[in-house]
Design a protein around this ligand. Structure first.
Ligand SMILES: Nc1ncnc2c1ncn2[C@@H]1O[C@H](COP(=O)(O)OP(=O)(O)OP(=O)(O)O)[C@@H](O)[C@H]1O
Ligand SMILES: [Mg+2]
Length: 238
């Protein structure tokens, strides 16, 4: 269950964004995708998940040995890749429980315990308390929990998250970070795009950084990035 992105070129009708991105997310690995505003994190996430726009012009995306480049998003979901989109995108006029039950589900791998509404509620007890509430009435943190829970309901083998920390209060961030670390230790593969470098480096065991050349400008271990202030300044304005 390895994700292999090779020489990927992705862009919009108006402009190219990514010009040859190469990286791998190994089985059970957690990878942080970093880069300043507008460098193309969301573009890359959407390309992997089969969401349009953008358009993949060349290169390949292979998951578990299967070429999924330009496949429809429902096919990619069925292959085991779930996404928590930037801005959460929960269904505001559905209840919390309905948000969790409307998603098309795939069978869990034989070795994995399937996700159910009750399991999501055990994982995020706050959601159980809000089960009957309209999603639009939830706080930002609760909506983020719901977006993660909704992704987990598809029984993914790879969870891709696009800036899950965006706009969240520090107390909620701690909860989300703790839960992501739990998912990582359960063996789920994770790709997390973030501007919050502290969160990303705590969750990830490998880091890739995209810059304005539209390629991977740096990759390596979280500790090596943390200790390199010139690198942090150049790529992440820290
Ligand atoms: N729908 C679109 N049509 C045309 N250009 C777009 C579209 N969406 C994004 N872009 C452009 O593509 C580039 C990459 O944007 P993208 O959203 O992938 O960056 P990002 O790294 O996710 O940024 P952020 O951290 O702010 O979320 C930017 O120049 C952006 O303006
Ligand atoms: Mg983005």
């Amino acid at each position: 269950m390895t994700l292999e992105v090779k020489d990927l070129h992705v862009g919009y009708a108006t402009a190219g964004v990514l010009y040859g991105v190469d990286f791998t997310v190994g089985q059970g690995q957690s990878v942080a995708l970093l880069g300043r505003n507008g460098m193309g994190k969301t573009t890359l996430v959407r390309a992997i998940c089969g969401l349009h726009p953008p358009t993949v012009s060349s290169g390949s995306i292979v998951y578990d040995g299967v070429d999924i480049t330009r496949r429809a998003s429902h096919q990619i979901s069925r292959a085991g890749i779930a996404v928590v989109p930037q801005g959460r995108r929960v269904f505001g006029s559905l209840t919390v429980r309905e948000n969790l039950t409307v998603v098309p589900r795939r069978a869990a791998a034989q070795t994995d315990e399937p996700w159910t509404v009750d399991r999501v509620f055990d994982f995020f007890p706050r959601l159980a308390e809000r089960a009957g509430s309209m999603a639009r009435s939830l706080s930002g943190g609760e909506q983020q929990m719901l977006a993660i829970g909704r992704a987990l309901m598809t029984n993914p083998t790879l969870l891709i998250m696009d800036e899950p920390s965006e706009g969240l209060a520090p107390s909620i961030l701690d909860v989300i970070q703790d839960r992501l670390e739990g998912l990582r230790s359960s063996g789920l593969s994770i790709l997390i795009a973030e501007q919050n470098v502290d969160l990303a480096l705590d969750v990830a065991e490998h880091v890739i950084v995209i810059d304005d050349s539209g390629t991977i400008a740096w990759s390596g271990a979280p500790a090596d990035l943390r200790s390199d202030s010139a690198l942090l300044e150049r790529h992440l304005s820290i």
